[in-house]
Design a protein around this ligand. Structure first.
Ligand SMILES: NC(=O)C1=CN([C@@H]2O[C@H](COP(=O)(O)OP(=O)(O)OC[C@H]3O[C@@H](n4cnc5c(N)ncnc54)[C@H](O)[C@@H]3O)[C@@H](O)[C@H]2O)[C@H](O)CC1
Ligand SMILES: [K+]
Length: 227
């Protein structure tokens, strides 16, 4: 397993790309999401894919992934914890594109909504874009309920950037903590701290790194390990 980076270093990559290189956050999100979608479609051609979207940029990645998966001939459904109007920045832009393109989206109003279970049952693959590096502590409602349903589903589970809820569960901050149990994690830029610990693969499954197109000089200057 290669060297790892902290969540803070990962966020710093984003910040430096935007502030010092003048890159646009939407471009980074597009690169991240389109590359992840290509990998998912390669692994599961033509699959029925349910993309779970939270309200941060990890959720934003999910809308990009869904758009590209449709183009790659997968059958895509979205389950979102927030409406586009409740989002901000790049995530809001991509959520609006998904809504305007009439993608099937179920908005979670309550965790016991039967539509959630139905969407999970219909999926061959569940893609977790609920929370990424912005997570803090153990999962709050409705995330823990959605994650529990996803974990009980028959579908293959793929986490984007980090499995939702994983860092807190591995750190055993609470005995009730729950995390997405992934068969595979597509993580951006570099392997994240903790993913190389011996029991981490219980949550991450197989870890693969996906580049987001930031310059090599930026990665070298920030001492980010590259494959
Ligand atoms: N690193 C990069 O170069 C890129 C990262 N991308 C993706 O962006 C996410 C990080 O996005 P951010 O908006 O900072 O955070 P999250 O999406 O993880 O979520 C923040 C959101 O979650 C709420 N929250 C925090 N903790 C909890 C909790 N325990 N329970 C419930 N809710 C929680 C918080 O209030 C916020 O609303 C990164 O992982 C990548 O996927 C870019 O798209 C590409 C470049
Ligand atoms: K995630």
């Amino acid at each position: 397993m290669p060297q790892t980076i902290t969540f803070e270093q990962s966020r710093r990559v984003d910040q430096v790309a935007l502030e010092q290189y003048g890159m646009d956050g939407l471009v980074l999100m597009e690169n991240a999401g389109s590359s992840a979608a290509r990998r998912i479609a390669q692994l599961h051609p033509g699959a029925s894919v349910l993309v779970l979207c939270g309200k941060g940029n990890n959720g934003g990645d999910g809308y990009v992934i869904a758009r590209h998966l449709q183009l790659l001939r997968c059958d895509v459904h979205l389950l979102a914890t927030a409406t586009p109007d409740e989002l901000s920045g790049d995530a809001a832009v991509n959520a609006r594109i998904a809504a305007r393109s009439e993608m099937p989206i179920t908005f979670v109003k309550s965790a016991d909504d039967p539509d959630i279970q139905a969407a999970m049952d219909a999926a061959d693959v569940i893609v977790d874009c609920l929370l990424g590096t912005g997570v803090s502590g153990s999962l709050r409602s409705p995330f823990q309920d959605i994650v529990a349903l996803a974990n009980a589903a028959a579908a293959v589970r793929i986490a984007i950037d980090v499995p939702t809820g994983w860092p807190a569960v591995q750190a055993e901050t609470s005995i009730d903590a729950i995390a997405f149990v992934a068969d595979r994690t597509l993580t951006f830029v570099a392997v994240k701290e903790g993913m190389n610990e011996s029991d981490a693969d219980r949550w991450t499954g197989v870890v693969e790194v996906i580049g987001i197109g930031v310059p090599k000089k930026l990665l070298d200057d920030l001492e980010i390990p590259t494959a």
